[in-house]
Design a protein around this ligand. Structure first.
Ligand SMILES: Nc1ncnc2c1ncn2[C@@H]1O[C@H](COP(=O)(O)OP(=O)(O)OP(=O)(O)O)[C@@H](O)[C@H]1O
Ligand SMILES: [Mg+2]
Length: 361
């Protein structure tokens, strides 16, 4: 799939843009703080209904305006879809698909599929378990509406359970009602654990292949799902930890505490890996993500590379650019790097200055 046109109005510092994008590589270059990431962010919102940088929609609207608009035209093998996102300062955002307003954000998933890769993603391995859960969840939500629904329900129930735990502290009789939340937590949690397990098994196979290619077959990367509880023991763990949970006023066991481990040649990358190894492992995981989407959806996602080339050495830059040949890619950079020069003839190049996106001819 690819985005053929993107129209932006009053979104962050981009007051007006109407851009035709190439099916292949699109390069956005410009100095710092000009609007390059804002452009990528607008595409990401068309795919997921939310920003990758903030959960506050009001921040997305231009400082001087009350509303922002994004419109993307997505072309696939046999279909063309129009996504309209209307962000309002004083109201909920509205999303329409081919002119028809969507009832839920979840209905947008799958229309446009993006994979975003930024310098922060290179920290995937080093950062907190929450980032690794986000890696699984963002992908799984885009791949499956059912997963998105189960995840939402899980967190709703978790919040209710935690509220109740806090109240049990003051009123112990409430303890008798806890079982209602426990059984729902286990019901939704089980579905999440199963899907994450399946997803990481697939990512592991694809990433391990990428990683050995990048490292000339010297390194063996293994990615493993580390569930905080298994599906079989979830209920008993909740019971076992009840007293502790009441004191803490929060639930200590469940998939909201899951993690993913990365090992290279049997040692934990987070602890023993060099910075280069950590980055390469993250790069392999991201490239694996693209493979899974291709496999599951029969369509290639749109790849958003935010300032990531300058963070990789020449060999890795080359590998990355070679492996995205058949995918629509939007690359941001502050200057045209050597590795990318080879592709400029076949790319669209845009200069970004003070929120104005200008195509070079
Ligand atoms: N709601 C908003 N309204 C107007 N301008 C905004 C808004 N939000 C952010 N900006 C401006 O957008 C600019 C940052 O844009 P962006 O993050 O896209 O920069 P960039 O070109 O990616 O830069 P870098 O190379 O540093 O990553 C900042 O100058 C910021 O003040
Ligand atoms: Mg940026």
């Amino acid at each position: 799939m690819y985005v053929s046109t993107l129209k932006i109005g009053d979104f962050r510092n981009i007051t007006s843009a109407d851009v035709e994008l190439k099916k292949g590589i699109n390069i956005l270059y410009g100095q710092n703080a000009q609007g390059k990431t804002n452009f990528l962010e607008s595409l990401y919102i068309c795919a997921t209904g939310r920003s990758h940088r903030t959960k506050f929609d009001s921040q997305l609207i231009n400082f001087d305006k009350k509303e922002a608009h994004i419109r993307a035209v997505v072309e696939k093998n046999f279909t063309i879809d129009k996504i309209d996102v209307h962000i309002k300062k004083e109201d909920k955002k509205g999303i329409a698909l081919n002119g028809v307003p969507l009832k839920k954000v979840g209905d947008l998933f799958g229309v446009l599929h993006t994979v975003i890769f930024s310098p922060e993603d290179l920290q995937l391995i080093k950062s907190s378990p929450g980032e690794r859960r986000k890696f699984m969840d963002i992908e799984l939500c885009q791949l499956s509406n059912v997963y998105y629904y189960n995840l939402q329900q899980y967190y709703k129930v978790l919040k209710q359970r935690n509220n109740l735990l806090k109240n049990i502290n003051k009123n112990p009789a409430l303890k008798d009602t806890l079982f209602v939340w426990d059984s729902q937590l286990v019901e939704y949690g089980t579905k999440i654990i199963e899907k994450r397990q399946e997803f990481i098994e697939k990512i592991n196979i694809a990433a391990s292949k990428k990683h050995s290619e990048i490292t000339n077959f010297k390194e063996n990367l293994v990615i493993e799902y580390k569930p905080n509880v298994t599906t079989d023991e979830f209920m008993s763990k909740l019971e076992e930890n009840l007293q502790k949970d009441i004191i803490l006023g929060s639930t200590s066991k469940g998939p909201h505490k899951d993690d993913v481990s990365f090992t290279i040649n049997d040692s934990e990358v987070k602890i023993y890996g060099s910075q280069g190894q950590q980055r390469t492992a993250a790069l392999s995981a991201k490239l694996a993500e693209i493979e899974i989407i291709k496999e599951e959806k029969g369509e290639t996602p749109v790849l958003l590379l935010d300032d990531v080339l300058s963070e990789l050495d020449e060999k890795r830059q080359y590998y990355l650019l070679e492996s995205i040949k058949d995918i629509q890619t939007v690359i941001t950079c502050t200057g045209i790097e050597d590795s990318i020069k080879k592709y400029t003839d076949k790319s669209y190049i845009f200069n970004v200055e003070n929120g104005i996106i200008k195509k070079l001819t």
